[in-house]
Design a protein around this ligand. Sequence first.
Ligand code: FES
Length: 201
Amino acid sequence: MSENPSRRLPELKPVERRTFLRYSLIGATGAGLAGFGASLLGFLWPNLSGGFGADITLPVSAAELAAVIREDRAPYQFPAGRMYIVTWDPKMPGAEEQYGEFHAVTDDGVGLMALFQKCVHLGCRVPWCQSSQWFECPCHGSKYNKWGEWMGGPAPRGLDRFPSRIEDGNLIVSTGTVLTGPARTERVLQQEPEGPACVDL
Ligand code: FES
């Protein structure tokens, strides 16, 4: 006579809904805390990874950077370093005095400058607007021209910058040092919008 399978195996109880929710909550909280701990470690020892907070060597040569920026009519965005690289002409009147400490110059005489992507109002990431050729913050409408000079909105000054230099043809940006952006009154490079705005606040 064949054995009845229900007599061999104890009957499994369905997991109570409340118990399941409790364990799910504990698991999710644990994962969140683990993620927070990892972020905190990264913040405390930023130089270990060579990421934000360290000297960062851009992945393409300084000359290539300058060519790409000119061709795209857009800054070179480097999210790992939370920065935009922009070009400018060091020979423009007043530029060297105002921005000399911020920039590196390629062998071809093109100035490269690293702008911190964080809005100096309340810290949103400021996107690039291709049509106006400005940086326009979607949070409260601050605007900066293509060199990060303040042009409007509640931001108290221009975008902050990182010091940079060229070594062996590569641009190196020191993201561990934030240089305060130019005051509202120091719009040396003076660029007006070149088309429709992306943000209207
Ligand atoms: S955070 Fe950019 S305008 Fe407020």
